[in-house]
Design a protein around this ligand. Structure first.
Ligand SMILES: Nc1ncnc2c1ncn2[C@@H]1O[C@H](COP(=O)(O)OP(=O)(O)O)[C@@H](O)[C@H]1O
Ligand SMILES: Nc1ccn([C@H]2C[C@H](O)[C@@H](COP(=O)(O)OP(=O)(O)O)O2)c(=O)n1
Length: 242
């Protein structure tokens, strides 16, 4: 395992669809390189959780826009223990639930929500004196277009669905694979593809690869290989900058 510390603050943008390994890779790279870590998907999930809790119709963009400024979202950026709160409540667990996952694309498509969360993301990145790894859908294109290193992770829909299902099953405490697990993977894949389509087709700041991002297909790579690949890209950039 390589441990590397970069001398100057470096900003790393990691984008891609769900299940490509953004969170796992970003956390590990940040921890190894002494950088902060920001999960922007968690912020969109947090504002979605708040909207659902407040009884706002998430399919009504005007109602979502009108409420977008109300909740206070705070992200803790320690890669070894990232946190997320809404108005002081720890929402790390409920934001991963099905209700939020099913509503987050609609809420995050609303321009007023994106403006608010983007501003928050930029201020967190600007305040990270050690440098930061920021992961999401539009970091390289919109949030931090001047990021030092931009990575776009991909993987086949089959691989992504299998990873996500295993993760969900692990969380639910499931053990041996069953026939039910097969249909769960199919349902998970269909839900992932629906969310990809919504996130890629929205008008404001869609999921997209920045022209200057390095694409890494993680389908056939272990998590460790992906981490090493990103660490190498960050170190190469550090050498070029010196
Ligand atoms: N290269 C990989 N090989 C195998 N499993 C992986 C790989 N990358 C990530 N995973 C696993 O897949 C799941 C989803 O990864 P995650 O980092 O949450 O993806 P994303 O943030 O892109 O949605 C996690 O359980 C993670 O451990
Ligand atoms: N920068 C971002 C990050 C996430 N989003 C939206 C779109 C995504 O479907 C949701 C949830 O993102 P998240 O990264 O938590 O999703 P996964 O964990 O990869 O399934 O938030 C966004 O619009 N822009």
């Amino acid at each position: 395992m390589s441990t590397a510390v970069v001398a100057t603050p470096v900003v790393v943008a990691i984008d891609g669809p769900s299940g490509t390994g953004k969170s796992s890779t970003s956390k590990a790279v940040a921890a190894r390189m002494g950088l902060r870590y920001l999960d922007t998907g968690a912020q969109y999930r947090a504002i979605t959780w708040w909207m659902l809790n407040a009884g706002i119709d998430v399919d009504d963009p005007e109602a979502v826009a009108a409420a977008a400024g109300k909740p206070t979202i705070v992200s803790g950026t320690d890669p070894l223990a990232p946190t997320i709160t809404v108005d002081g409540t720890d929402v790390a667990v409920p934001i991963r639930g099905q209700q939020v996952t099913g509503a987050v694309s609609a809420v995050s498509a609303v321009p007023e929500v994106r403006a608010r969360i983007t501003e928050l993301q930029r201020s967190i990145a600007a305040g990270a004196a050690e440098g930061i790894v920021v992961e999401g859908r539009d970091i390289g294109t919109t949030v931090l277009p001047d990021a030092d290193v931009k990575i776009f992770l991909t993987a086949s829909p089959e691989v992504r669905a299998a990873r996500r299902s295993a993760e969900l099953a692990g969380r639910a405490g499931a053990s041996a694979p069953t026939a039910q697990a097969g249909s769960d993977v199919a349902a998970t894949q269909a839900a992932l593809l629906r969310r990809d389509a919504a996130d890629s087709q929205r008008k404001t700041s869609p999921l997209a690869k920045a022209a200057d991002a390095t694409e890494v297909d993680t389908s056939e790579l272990t998590l460790e290989q992906v981490i090493e690949c990103v660490v190498t890209l960050v170190e190469e950039r550090g050498r070029r900058a010196r």
